[in-house]
Design a protein around this ligand. Structure first.
Ligand code: ARG
Length: 590
């Protein structure tokens, strides 16, 4: 594996060296290098530095230019305006840099982080015996992309699916199942499908709920059952496990449809921390972080008050002795910090839970579990809206079943694929496979291409549109490049650093060079949308290149054709790798 120094980094280094030679007191000051339309790069940092040193900016800029090492990488550097630097790179440096990336296989020259740490990512956390909804979709899609991006940078990532598998509602469900023992039985010998599992659970849930609301005696029995469950009574636990197992069949079928790998050992639900709850409370109480208030164990915050102006505490233990969501999350923090040895905890959870996490993190900080060396952060995401801009609901006002949504996306995408299928010569099997990749890709991309905190509109028409910032557009760009290789005859991709580059080739090349920097940014900021934006721009730059720089017809000179094929191939590989990190497939033919 050979990581490649990016052109941005090379230029940055040369400017920084020249700057500290021209202005020693600037130390390791940042010349603030940016991509620019006027030249390849512009450096804007000299102005502020000159101001600080009480020097004339244009003069300082001129001195930097005089001292900068040019030749191999920098072709032109000139002062512009009040003291900016415009920098042009040599064509040779661009092609050589890309050739080194091309040599580096799947990593494309992207370096691994020098000091990787351990990050625990809490994502894809549906609830047992409940249907998954669009909120769970977002957590899964964003979380999975962040996992892939971080792993690609060399971070070691522990995945945690904090499923909702504990709580008083299980008393009612278990009691009902004990009284109606065949409700979860499977029909026939065949393995039960995810859909069937969920519909069994749904039916049981509704029936149990109805009984609970109408029959006082059942209610009493259900409440007693909660006590048995908490005490770990074997028969009760076995029944509870049935609900968990049945739900997992359903969850896995949805994740499978989402083309997402969820591994069983990473599913550590709320119940996984039951053994720690007592101790968590004891530690919080002994250290004075939590106090007794009206019989409950609470943590108070200066800045968290209810509408009446009274402080709203985080309740760690209820007055009836029960533990809630917070106690579990606090225990999970201890597990992740002290057992999993995490440096960073990331929670991909709906923004509507932000107050909960704020209080939980602050409590953990006060207890000394989080601090300088271990940081926690919620990667909060916004609400999924319908076309009308209101929270996504069915016409009847019910939450939309995730599976229905995914199926519809696949159906529409399949129709789009089918339209072009004949021309491309796809078999029925390929049409169906591509329909899944395009449909699921569309859903994922729509989610990942806007910043997570923002709400976004779930609009299938827009999502599967061939024009605009959609995954299909990117998938087509990829397939189009691949198809060129079928027509290339005996010409093969080969870098020719001696060739002069056309403007569209340079623009494409400079963008390809930025893949690693984009990934680093996306990783540090947990911002997959930055990678999505990069890929979209890559596809657009490629389109311009393809319009302006013929590869096959009219046939250019042999070396030019080879060099262009090389640019095509590197673009395709970058698209493929980038999309894979977002969890989206790029079919070879589309
Ligand atoms: N199961 C929860 C829900 O559906 C999300 C869990 C988030 N993770 C956590 N550690 N609390 O809302």
């Amino acid at each position: 594996m050979a990581s490649v120094t990016s052109l941005t980094a090379s230029v940055h280094q040369r400017l920084a060296d020249a700057l500290s030679a021209a202005l020693p007191e600037a130390g390791s000051a940042d010349p603030l290098l940016r991509r620019s339309d006027r030249a390849d790069f512009q450096a804007n940092g000299i102005l502020a530095l000159a101001k600080k040193a009480k020097a004339n900016p244009r003069e300082l800029a001129t001195q930097v230019v005089a001292r900068v090492e040019s030749g191999d990488v920098i072709k032109d550097i000139e002062v512009s305006g009040p003291g900016f630097l415009n920098i042009t790179i040599t064509d040779k440096a661009i092609t050589e840099n890309l050739a080194a990336r091309y040599e580096d296989g799947e990593r494309l020259g992207v370096p691994l982080a020098e000091n990787p740490g351990t990050t625990v990512i809490d994502y894809a956390q549906p609830n047992v015996a409940k249907e998954m909804h669009v909120g769970h979709l977002r957590s899964a899609v964003i979380g999975d992309a962040v996992v892939q991006i971080l792993e690609f940078t060399g971070e070691s990532v522990v995945r945690r699916h904090h499923i909702g598998d504990w709580g008083t509602q299980f008393g009612m469900l278990i009691q009902f199942l004990i009284e109606h023992p065949h409700e979860l039985d499977h029909k026939g010998e065949a393995e039960v499908s995810g859909e069937e599992a969920m519909s069994n659970l749904n039916r049981l849930y509704k029936a149990a709920r109805t009984l609970f609301d109408s029959d006082e005696e059942f209610k009493t029995r259900a409440r007693r059952r909660v006590v048995d469950l908490q005490a770990g009574e074997p028969e009760t636990l076995a029944m509870w496990q049935k609900f968990v197992d049945e739900s997992k069949i359903y969850f896995y079928s949805v994740f499978d449809k989402l083309d997402m790998e969820i591994r069983d050992p990473d599913v550590v639900g709320e119940s996984g921390y039951n053994d720690m709850l007592d101790e968590t409370c004891r530690l919080l109480e002994e250290s004075g972080v939590a106090v007794r208030s009206d019989g409950a164990l609470c943590v108070f915050f200066d800045d968290v008050k209810g509408p009446d102006g009274n402080p709203v505490p985080l309740i760690v233990k209820k007055s009836d002795g029960g533990y809630g969501y917070a106690a579990t999350d606090l225990s999970a923090i201890r597990d992740r910090v002290f057992n999993l040895k995490a440096n960073t905890l990331v929670y991909v959870v709906d923004a509507r839970q932000s107050l909960h996490f704020k209080m939980v993190f602050e409590t953990a900080r006060r207890a000394g579990w989080l601090g300088e060396d271990v940081q926690a952060q919620q990667l909060a995401f916004g609400t999924v809206l319908g076309k009308d801009g209101k929270p996504f609901k069915t016409r009847e006002g019910e939450t939309v079943r995730l599976v229905d949504l995914l199926d519809e996306a696949i159906e529409r995408a399949t129709a789009v694929v089918r339209e072009k299928a004949e021309k491309v010569g796809l078999s029925e099997q390929e049409i169906e496979e591509n329909g899944r990749y395009v449909g699921i890709g569309a859903v994922k991309y729509a989610d990942l291409s806007t910043s997570a905190v923002r709400d976004y509109k779930f609009d299938l028409d827009q999502m599967v549109s061939l024009n605009g910032d959609t995954s299909v557009y990117l998938q087509y760009a990829y397939a189009r490049i691949r198809s060129i290789f079928g027509k290339a005859g005996d010409r093969t991709p080969l870098a020719h650093p001696e060739l002069e580059l056309a403007p569209a080739e340079r623009a494409l090349g400079l963008h390809l060079d930025r893949f690693g920097e984009t990934l680093e940014e996306a990783a540090v900021e947990y911002a997959p949308h930055k990678l999505a934006a990069y890929l979209y721009q890559l596809a657009s730059l490629y389109t311009t290149f393809y319009d302006q720089c013929p590869v096959i017809k009219p046939a250019p000179a042999q070396e030019v054709a080879e060099n262009r094929l090389f640019l095509c191939d590197l673009t395709a590989r970058t698209l493929h790798q980038g999309m894979a990190l977002l969890g989206i497939r790029t079919p070879e033919r589309l």
